[in-house]
Design a protein around this ligand. Structure first.
Ligand code: DGL
Length: 276
C-alpha cells in the first residue's frame, strides 16, 4: 500500500456518467471510486445554468463529505456551466470536467478543422464546446446540434432501434450534408456513447466519432500524477461505491447499460442531496 488511497468522486445527472467511470476504472485500476447519479433531478440538459450549478454544488458537497481526493464532473451539461464555480468552491480539491478533454479529442481527430458537436440543449446554449475547441484550434469551424431526445433513448437501452436510427437521421444528416461538412463528431453528452452504433450507421465511416471518456480518464491520470496523489494500492479491478438520488433499482438496471457490466442493487445507496 502507499500513495493516496482516498477515492475519486465522480458525478453525473444520472447514469450517463458511468461511460466516463468505465474509462476511468479501466485506466486507473489501482484507484477506488465513489459515483453519484442525481437521478431524481435528471435531466440537467434542459435546465438553467443557475439550477444546474446549485445541483452540482450539492453533488460535490456529498462527494467531498465522502473524503474524495478529486472530483470528476462526468456530465457535459454540469461541466459546461458549473466547472469554474466548483473549482472555486472546493479548492484545494481538484475538480475536472469533461468538456476540455472532449474538445481536445475532437481537435486531435479533425483534418479539415470542421467539428460537429452533439449535446444537450444547455450545453449547446452555453457554447462551452465551441469555446474550448477554438481555444485549442482558433480557426476551427464548430457546428453544434442539441439532441435531448437521445438521452431518453439511451436510458431505454435503445441502442439501434428504428426510433433511434430515425432520430439520428433527423438530427445528423443535415449536419453532414455537402462538401464543406465536418469530418469529426464530438459526442458531447455522456449518454451518447451507448448510441454510437446508430450514430455511426447514420454518418458513415468517414466521420471520426469521439467522446470525452478516454481523454477525461487520461486527464485525471495526469492530474493525479502531477499532484502526487495516485494510489499505490493493489489493482482492485475498481472498487466502486454508488449513490443515487432516486430508485436504486432503476439505477442498477439502467446503469448496467452505461457501465457495461452488472450493478448489484445492494451496492447502490439512496441519498437526498437536498440535505447535503
Ligand atoms: N449527463 C448529461 C450530459 O452529459 C446528459 C443527461 C442530462 O440531460 O442530464 O450532458
Amino acid at each position: 500500500m502507499g500513495g493516496d488511497g482516498r477515492p475519486i468522486g465522480v458525478f453525473d445527472s444520472g447514469m450517463g456518467g458511468l461511460t466516463v467511470l468505465r474509462a476511468l476504472a479501466a485506466r486507473l485500476p489501482h484507484e477506488r471510486f465513489v459515483y453519484l447519479g442525481d437521478t431524481a433531478r435528471l435531466p440537467y440538459g434542459t435546465k438553467s445554468a443557475e439550477t444546474v450549478q446549485a445541483y452540482a454544488l450539492q453533488a460535490t458537497q456529498l462527494l467531498v463529505g465522502e473524503g474524495v481526493k478529486m472530483v470528476v464532473i462526468a456530465c457535459n451539461t454540469a461541466s459546461a456551466v458549473a466547472l469554474a464555480v466548483l473549482q472555486e468552491s472546493w479548492d484545494p480539491v481538484p475538480v475536472i470536467g469533461v468538456i476540455e478533454p472532449g474538445a481536445a479529442a475532437g481537435v486531435a481527430a479533425t483534418k479539415n478543422k470542421r467539428i460537429a458537436v452533439l449535446a444537450t440543449e444547455s450545453t449547446v446554449q452555453g457554447r462551452a464546446y465551441a469555446r474550448a475547441i477554438q481555444r485549442l484550434m482558433a480557426d476551427a469551424d464548430v457546428v453544434q446540434q442539441p439532441c435531448q431526445v437521445f438521452v431518453a433513448l439511451a436510458e431505454e437501452g435503445w441502442a439501434e432501434t428504428p426510433a433511434t436510427l430515425a432520430t439520428a437521421k433527423h438530427y445528423l444528416e443535415p449536419l453532414f450534408d455537402g462538401d464543406d461538412a465536418p469530418d469529426t463528431l464530438v459526442l458531447g453528452c455522456t449518454h451518447f456513447p451507448v448510441l454510437a452504433n446508430a450514430i455511426r450507421r447514420t454518418v458513415g465511416t468517414n466521420i471520426a466519432l469521439v467522446d470525452s471518456a478516454e481523454t477525461t480518464a487520461a486527464a485525471v491520470a495526469d492530474a493525479l500524477e502531477d499532484a502526487g496523489a495516485a494510489s499505490a494500492g493493489p489493482a482492485s479491478n475498481a472498487s466502486i461505491r454508488f449513490f443515487a438520488t432516486d430508485s436504486p433499482e432503476r439505477f442498477a438496471r439502467v446503469g448496467a447499460i452505461f457501465l457495461g457490466r452488472e450493478i448489484a442493487v445492494d451496492d447502490v445507496e439512496l441519498v437526498d442531496l437536498r440535505k447535503a
